[in-house]
Design a binder for this molecule. Sequence first.
Ligand code: FMN
Length: 210
Amino acid sequence: MVSLPLDIWSSDDEPRLGVVLDEIWTLLEEGVSDRRHGFHTPVAATMRDSAGAAMRTVVLRHVDRESRCLHFHTDIRSQKVDDLKKDPRISFLFYDRGAQTQLRVDAIATVSHDDTVAAEAWKKLTPDCRREYLVSEHPGKPSAWPTSGLSPELQDRDPTLEESEKGYPEFAVISATFSHLEWLYVCHEGHRRARFDWSKGELDTTWLVP
Ligand SMILES: Cc1cc2nc3c(=O)[nH]c(=O)nc-3n(C[C@H](O)[C@H](O)[C@H](O)COP(=O)(O)O)c2cc1C
């Protein structure tokens, strides 16, 4: 049987928006598992007094449909953690060229550090992924020379499993629970845009003029 492509073109009814939401979750899940997928590296924006919105690329590590939650990892000493302690609002921007899809997500973040969430995620990381948590100074600290922040013995090799454990105190998981999604599909025939909003409890959906 030949599966039909997503038919969103002539529709303005609710069920088709359900199909779009399903497609969004598929893209997010692909973003976690496929390093080459555009959704693997969203831009995450926090609020910062001196900057308005402070943006940076992160790696999407986990998504959960039930709780509408996205996870990424970070260094507890990084500026974004300070931003989130002052204001837990966080927004994500995803774009995948192949899927011709942009997604904007507004969420509220919690920081997990030295707890069961962080410990579970840490256990799954290989020593080479843990290497970045072995930098001795806090990320963003000015340096008189171009530096990786790593000690000389780790400049040219991955840490052993035992060495990598020293990074755990700096490791944190950011969990972002969202109540607002905006989807934009870009294509030659005419773009399509839709909003999904759970802020009043029930899901509220609407098509938008792109
Ligand atoms: C491809 C790519 C992936 C990145 N992934 C992460 C990440 O998952 N977590 C993270 O904290 N920083 C990640 N970074 C670095 C951030 O973009 C940023 O430079 C760093 O976290 C400092 O941000 P802050 O000073 O706003 O905290 C990544 C950068 C790139 C280019």
